[in-house]
Design a protein around this ligand. Sequence first.
Ligand code: FES
Length: 152
Amino acid sequence: MERKDFLRSLGSAAALALILPCAACSSPAGDTSGQPEDQVEDPTSENELDFTIDLSSQDAEPLQEPGGYIIMNETVVVRNLAGDFVAATRRCPHEGNYQIVYDRVNNTERFWCDVHGSRFDLQGKPVNDITTNTLLIYQTELSGNTLRVFNP
Ligand code: FES
């Protein structure tokens, strides 16, 4: 029997089983590189976020003035125009990209994602029609020169 006759006699399903590798066996344990992006576990745990910022440090210098912001621990920390501290996750609630930044045009302050253009007020409420999902806003607590950012 020739090879093509042998394969034909097996039928198409059996022939595919011989040709295709085992999908479950193709990745070593713990290797998520082959998984679709939405199935890869988020490396940051927004629910456990709790960190402090030394406002006298050089890293925090943009927070000395209203309208300044820094990005730390995948968090956007803002000193708003009223002088209060506001913090939001960088993770956009539209499709999960870590692209949120602070933006202001004249006196209108927003959190903004440049992937598709979603905008949120400083309470996390969406202000355009890109998404109806709200942006996660963290608590802030000022003690002397130390700003605590946390998720209660
Ligand atoms: S992922 Fe941010 S606007 Fe779409």
